[in-house]
Design a protein. Structure first.
Length: 457
C-alpha cells in the first residue's frame, strides 16, 4: 500500500515538473522551427542568389543558341555541298547560274524537303493555301531559300544566282506540322523527317567525285547506292566501312531516329556510338562535312572501318573550326527537346492501362525499357542475339551492340517502320517479334493491349 502511494505521488510530481519546466525528452524549440523553415524553403524556386541567376541566364542563353545552331548553322558545309558536289547548281538551274532545269518547289517537296510557314509573308501563305503559287517554277524555290524557309537548307542568293548551299541538323531531324499544306507548316524540332530522301538529293549533284574517290567506286555505283536508301533513311556508317548493302541485298541505311526525348539516356544512335555530343561532333564533321575538329581513335581500326582508317577520320582538324564552339549549346538544346505527347484519341486508354501492366510484368519489356526513360539507366546495350535479330548493323559499331531505344513519342516516328532499319512495319509486328524471340506467352488480347500502351507513350 505504502509503495503504491509513493509511486502515484512521484508520477504527479513529475507531471507538474514537465508542465512548469520543459519536458526534457521533447524536441527543443529551436530545432522545430528550423525544420519548419526548411520545409517551407523547399517550395521556393532557386533563382534568388547571384549564382542562381548566373545559372538561369546561362540555361536560357544555351537553349536559344542551341536552337539557332540546330536550325540554321551549316558549320561551313557549303564547301562540300557546293564546292565539291555543286548541288547548288542543280537546285538553281541554268536560269540562276547553275545547270539544267533547276529544282521546283514541287520537286523539293516530293523529295521530302519541308517548308517553315512561320517565316513566310502572309501573302505567300495565302497563295499556297489558294493554290495560286506556281510550285513548278524553280524561281520560287530560290525565293523560299532566301526567306530561310526551307527546313535544314541554307542557300545564298546573290545577283539572282544561287551561289552556295549548306545543310543543317534540322534537315533530317525536324519536320513540319503540315498546317498550311502537305510539307508546309510550323517546325517540329526533333521529329525525324521520314519523308526526306537524302540519297535522291545527293544524286541531284552533278559531281560525286568526292564520294567516288572516298568509297573507291565509279559514279554509277555511287548513284545506285544513294538511290537504294529511299525516304526517311541515311547510312552514317557507309563512309566508315563502305558497306552499302546487307547480306540479303537490301540497303544498309538506317531510319532517321527521333532527336527528342533523349535526356537521361546514356548512349546515342541505334548502336550506341557515344553520347549526344560525341555524335554531334561526328555528324557535323564527317557527314555534314562541316569544318571543325573530331577525335575518335576507334575509327583507326582498319579491319572494321577500312575507309575511315584510310582517310584518317579518327582525327580530323579542319581550319577554321566552326563546330567545337557550338557543341555545348547544341548538346543542351538537344537534351531539352521533350518527346511529344500522342493525341488522346490515338489509342484506347483502357487497353493502354492493361498493356502497361503486361509491359512491366509477363511481357518483360521493362527489363530493358525501364520506365519512364524506356532505356536502361546505365549502359543500355544488347547483342543482336538478345533481341533476336541479325548483327549486321551492330557489327558496324565499336561496341557491336544495339542500344535500347527510348520509346516515348513512338507515334511521331511510325512512318518507315520500327527498329533501326524499319524491318517491322507496325508496332504489332514488333510485339509479334518479341513474343517469338523472348518466348513469351501472350494472348491475342495481350498483344492488342501492348500495342495500345506503346501508342500511348
Ligand atoms: C543527313 C541526315 C542527318 C543529318 C544532317 C543529321 N543527322 Fe543526326 N542522325 C541521322 C541518322 C540516320 C542517325 C542514326 C545513325 C545511326 O544510328 O547509325 C542519326 C542519329 C542522331 C542522334 C542519335 C539519336 C538517338 O536515338 O540516340 C542524334 C542525337 C543526332 N543524330 C543529332 C544530330 C545533330 C545535332 C545534327 C547536326 C549536327 C545531326 N544529327 C545531323 C541523320 C542525320
Ligand atoms: C533485351 C532487351 C530488350 C527487351 C527485353 C525488349 N526490348 Fe525493345 N528494344 C531493345 C533494343 C536494343 C531495341 C533497338 C532495336 C533496333 O533498333 O534494331 C529495341 C527496340 C524496340 C522498339 C522499336 C523502337 C523504334 O523506334 O524503332 C519497340 C517498339 C520496342 N523495342 C518495344 C518493346 C516491347 C513492347 C518489349 C516487350 C515485349 C520490348 N521492347 C522488349 C531492347 C529490348
Amino acid at each position: 500500500m505504502l509503495s503504491w502511494k509513493w509511486l502515484v505521488t512521484a508520477a504527479t510530481l513529475l507531471l507538474v515538473a514537465a508542465c512548469v519546466i520543459e519536458w526534457p525528452f521533447a524536441r527543443p524549440a529551436a530545432t522545430q522551427s528550423l525544420l519548419a523553415f526548411a520545409n517551407a524553403a523547399q517550395v521556393r524556386v532557386a533563382d534568388t542568389t547571384p549564382s542562381d541567376q548566373v545559372i538561369n541566364a546561362s540555361a536560357t542563353r544555351m537553349l536559344d543558341e542551341g536552337r539557332n545552331i540546330f536550325r540554321f548553322d551549316t558549320f561551313g558545309s557549303e564547301a562540300f555541298w557546293s564546292g565539291r558536289l555543286r548541288l547548288h547548281q542543280a537546285v538553281g538551274g541554268a536560269r540562276f547560274g547553275g545547270i539544267g532545269t533547276g529544282v521546283s518547289p514541287a520537286t523539293a517537296l516530293s523529295v521530302g524537303l519541308k517548308v517553315d510557314s512561320e517565316v513566310l509573308p502572309p501573302a505567300i501563305t495565302a497563295a499556297i493555301r489558294s493554290g495560286s503559287l506556281d510550285v513548278n517554277d524553280p524561281a520560287n524555290t530560290l525565293a523560299l531559300l532566301q526567306l530561310r524557309a526551307v527546313v535544314g537548307l541554307t542557300g545564298r542568293v546573290e545577283n539572282n544566282q544561287l551561289t552556295s548551299l549548306g545543310i543543317q541538323c534540322a534537315l533530317c531531324h525536324s519536320t513540319v506540322d503540315d498546317s498550311v499544306a502537305p510539307g508546309i507548316g510550323r517546325r517540329l524540332d526533333g521529329w525525324p523527317n521520314r519523308d526526306l530522301n537524302v540519297g535522291a538529293i545527293i544524286n541531284l549533284s552533278p559531281d560525286l567525285s568526292a564520294f567516288t574517290s572516298h568509297l573507291g567506286v565509279d559514279d554509277a555505283t555511287a548513284r545506285r547506292v544513294f538511290a537504294s536508301w529511299g525516304p526517311g533513311k541515311f547510312d552514317a556508317e557507309l563512309i566508315l566501312d563502305g558497306k552499302a548493302f546487307r547480306p540479303d541485298g537490301r540497303s544498309a541505311a538506317t531510319l532517321m531516329p527521333a532527336a527528342f526525348g533523349l535526356a537521361g539516356v546514356n548512349l546515342h544512335t541505334y548502336t550506341g556510338w557515344g553520347s549526344v555530343t560525341h555524335w554531334n561532333a561526328f555528324v557535323a564533321n564527317l557527314e555534314m562535312m562541316g569544318s571543325g575538329a573530331f577525335f575518335d581513335p576507334r575509327l583507326n581500326d582498319a579491319n572494321r572501318f577500312p575507309l575511315a582508317a584510310k582517310a584518317g577520320l579518327g582525327n580530323v582538324r579542319k581550319s577554321p573550326d566552326l563546330i567545337t564552339s557550338k557543341l555545348a549549346s547544341l548538346h543542351y538544346y538537344q537534351l531539352s527537346i521533350p518527346a511529344p505527347t500522342p493525341p488522346s484519341d490515338s489509342f484506347s486508354p483502357r487497353g493502354a492501362e492493361r498493356g502497361r501492366d503486361l509491359f512491366n510484368s509477363t511481357a518483360r519489356c521493362s527489363s530493358c525499357h525501364v520506365p519512364p526513360l524506356f532505356a536502361e539507366p546505365g549502359w543500355p546495350m544488347h547483342t543482336a542475339a538478345e533481341i533476336g535479330i541479325d548483327d549486321f548493323q551492330s557489327s558496324r559499331s565499336p561496341d557491336q551492340r544495339y542500344r535500347t531505344t527510348p520509346l516515348r513519342g513512338l507515334f511521331a516516328r511510325q512512318k518507315g517502320g520500327f527498329y533501326h532499319d524499319g524491318r517491322f512495319p507496325t508496332l504489332r509486328a514488333v510485339v509479334d517479334h518479341y513474343e517469338q524471340a523472348l518466348n513469351l506467352r501472350l494472348s491475342e488480347g495481350d498483344k492488342l493491349d501492348l500495342v495500345e500502351y506503346l501508342k500511348s507513350l
